[in-house]
Design a protein around this ligand. Structure first.
Ligand code: PSU
Ligand code: MN
Length: 298
């Protein structure tokens, strides 16, 4: 496999420093410019401040880039031709030497094969509402990649109960970091349970070690609720989400376009509140991921 490490990550691998992988689809397709650029840099800074090394992952010229330079991050944030890729796209991206943003599925795929144990993001993909055949490639990837994914649950635009069931059926261990309920992205509750409530990063490291001793090949999903001050009440959220979903249906938007479309719509309808919450939870998750990486590497 054709990996390209930046100097910081290459050194971290050599000297066995804790590394946190970060995804690039959230930069290229999840957040609007210039917030995406600022957030991408901030996430890396937060990981460093917490004692770990950030490895933002993307594909440039068909190469798996683990740790990017400023120019590459800038390109992800501004270049509209960057392709969003999940597992099915990997052979195309490599053969045709494409520039691509990696989703949770492809970021986890590359990070694991580069030896990285922890990955921070906002929300994973899952089973879509109203179209149960649209199951994100993120889910099967979690079932077959032994990594820790720190997130705030699944993207709110999804069918959360169906996504929760999928994780259970396929053996993905779901932990709640200081919470009993699976966080619902912009809100801290969902009425769905996690498999275990966890209070410290050290506890997570213990569960990771047990998973590895059992030789289980599935991911551990460490869910962290959005910081309280940024939470958006479920009722308000449901309203703007329904409006956005209706518009998506009218405009016949589907496939990989649906999530970016809904995120923009919801941000506009909430006067930016969903955008602020999205950034806050990403930053918070990066911090938790760094703490977990430190414990795992101890
Ligand atoms: N959550 C967000 N914003 C995003 C995504 C998730 O808040 O942009 C991205 C992630 O990269 C995730 C992808 O892996 O959406 C899933 O897309 P799909 O539903 O098309 O599989
Ligand atoms: Mn899909």
């Amino acid at each position: 496999m054709n990996f390209k490490f930046n100097a910081e990550v290459a050194d971290a691998i050599k000297t066995k420093k804790p590394i946190v992988a970060l995804e690039s689809t959230v930069i290229a397709h999840g957040l609007p410019y210039p917030f995406n650029l600022k957030t991408a840099k901030n996430l890396e800074k937060i990981v460093r401040e917490n004692g770990a090394i950030p490895a933002t992952i993307a594909v440039f010229d068909g190469e798996f880039c683990v740790g990017l330079n400023d120019e590459q991050i800038e390109q992800l944030a501004t270049d509209k031709t960057i392709r969003k890729i999940s597992r099915r796209d990997l052979p195309i991206a490599v053969a045709k030497r494409l520039n691509c943003a990696t989703t949770v599925s492809t970021t986890a795929f590359i990070a694991h094969r580069a030896g990285i144990k922890v990955f921070a993001t906002g929300g994973i993909g899952g089973v879509h509402r109203g179209f149960a055949a649209d199951v994100s490639a993120d889910l099967p990837e979690l079932a077959q990649t032994p990594i820790v994914i720190v997130c705030s649950g699944a993207k709110i635009v999804l069918d959360l109960p169906a996504t929760r069931e999928w994780l259970e059926t396929n053996g993905v261990c779901v932990l709640g970091f200081g919470c009993d309920e699976l966080p619902a992205f912009y809100s801290r509750t969902s009425s769905l349970t996690v498999d275990e409530r966890i209070e410290t990063a050290g506890e997570v490291a213990g569960i990771v070690q047990a998973r590895d001793e059992l030789n289980l090949q599935s991911a551990i999903l460490l869910t962290v609720p959005v910081p309280e001050t940024f939470e958006i009440e479920a009722e308000e959220l449901e309203k703007i989400l329904c409006e956005s979903l209706k518009l998506a249906e009218q405009k016949k938007i589907n496939g990989k376009e649906i999530t970016p479309f809904l995120l923009v719509q919801m941000s506009e309808r909430s006067s930016g509140k969903t955008l602020a919450a999205n950034i806050a939870l990403l930053e918070n998750n990066a911090q938790v991921a760094a703490q977990v990486a430190l414990e795992i590497y101890k």
